[in-house]
Design a protein around this ligand. Sequence first.
Ligand code: ATP
Ligand code: MG
Length: 560
Amino acid sequence: MSTKEKSLNFIEQIIEEDIKNGLPTEKLHFRFPPEPNGYLHLGHASSICLNFGLGLKYNAPVNLRFDDTNPSKEEQEFVDAIKQDVEWLGYKWANEVYASDYFQQLYDWAVQMIKDGKAYVDSQTSEEMAQQKGTPSTVGVDSPYRNRSVEENLDLFERMKNGEFEEGTHILRAKIDMAHTNMLMRDPIMYRIMKKAHHRTNNDWCIYPMYDWAHGESDYLESISHSFCTLEFLPHRELYDWFLDQVVDENNIRPKQREFARRNLSHTVVSKRKLARLVSEGHVTGWDDPRMSTISGLRRRGYTAASIRNYADTIGIAKRDNLIDVSLLEFCIREDLNKIAPRVMAVLDPVKLVITNYPEGQEEWLDAENNPEEEVMTFRKVPFSKELYIEREDFKEEANSKFFRLTLGKEVRLKNAYIIKGESVVKDENGNITEIHATYDADSRSGSGSEASKRKVKGTIHWVSVPHAVEAEVRIYDRLFVDENPDGNKEVDFLDFINPNSLEVVKGYLEPSLSTAVEGDKFQFQRLGYFCVDKNSTPEALVFNKTVGLRDTWAKVEQK
Ligand code: ATP
Ligand code: MG
């Protein structure tokens, strides 16, 4: 713990203020309220870290509430995925609850509101109602059905519930004020008829509450003290409060809605609707495609929960919308993987290197350090032999003095092994190099302690022994969108900015210690970046995903 208290963010200030004004801390209660109509994305991670983070800070319960009031888009698959993601991020909810748990209570309250003259059934078409809505500068017009009798309203509402009417023929509206300056207060819809099976209540209901009606009342029923949502709900706050006024008993806690800015990430989209289009139109392989900004995609890509929490903490919360550069997210995962990922050698674009003076048929198992960041050094064995793979770009026949890799006539160190010198090349009929021939200094083995082993040479390159190499499919990802803000221009479809080269699949040659790697295992392929084992991987056919490179190369490309 640092001695200096971290300064409070504006959400914490609101809570502290309420405590100062007499709210007992044991009444603090938060919730995270996803709609189960898609997978959680990095924007949700901000909201999760905020709400569950407050729960930890104040030792207060946090509910996981599914806002499941629209059966046309919601599914059990999404409920399951959301639970898995919140858990994986490392948080525990106090209660798993559903807006649909409250359908009966909400209905009963709506009946009471009709009796109190606070709600009525409107039987106009949606076009007619839209015409009466007015504009921010002109008042709306009352519906001709606004003054129906209580009896008629009760009768119609019950028959709506009983399924006697078709979709779109009647709705229930709150009776507030068609001239209200806040358009959302002009007799908002409370219920619509939807003849759709719900993933939990099946066909019990054919009327479903609207978000505004369900959300605040759900908060109230769960004794939520603070209901934090994103800024687009700011104009809804007045309605949230109006609906609470209709039901709140002063002995119970009255929830308070407060808003914070949505978090957007560059070079991607964070909106379930848009992510759903990427999936349904086949631009990615699914919600957990490693290029997606979903929690499940990031997990499959090799992101750790700690790196995502750290990212959310670093950007914090804000009062204004802004675009966070994806390089910050990449910084967070690099920082974590640097600490935890074992180093290994893999060659992704191979050319064969033959060490001409190394004995035919000989093999050696050399010590290689697993991770220099570890407090206690640990080692593994890597096999060395006469024929090796090295990266094609680590060799140049002729090179200037700034090229510190392998070239003819110069020395370079093979990582964890010997110093070698480039001697000659073999080419095919097209002039492409098929083999490089080199000689080695047999006394120069790393760690042997000999004078030759301490010789300084300018470069070190990685390698994999040809007879021992394990083949693997390696999936190399780039950003899914070429534009920084694909969502930013409303005239252009975000799909126009898709990066056609966001996935490259190559065959890699790996050191044999990787043959037993299983889904989720994470490694640093030395000099290449961080990689993890994909869920498609099997012991017979390994598949790796590139998580992120060792440093930020994109910034340079963009400047060109
Ligand atoms: P989307 O537009 O992606 O569908 P949503 O707001 O409709 O997002 P919900 O499932 O309703 O998704 O959101 C659950 C919670 O997560 C809400 O409190 C919402 O405000 C918050 N949230 C969603 N997206 C973001 C974001 N980009 N940044 C911060 N919080 C977000
Ligand atoms: Mg929503």
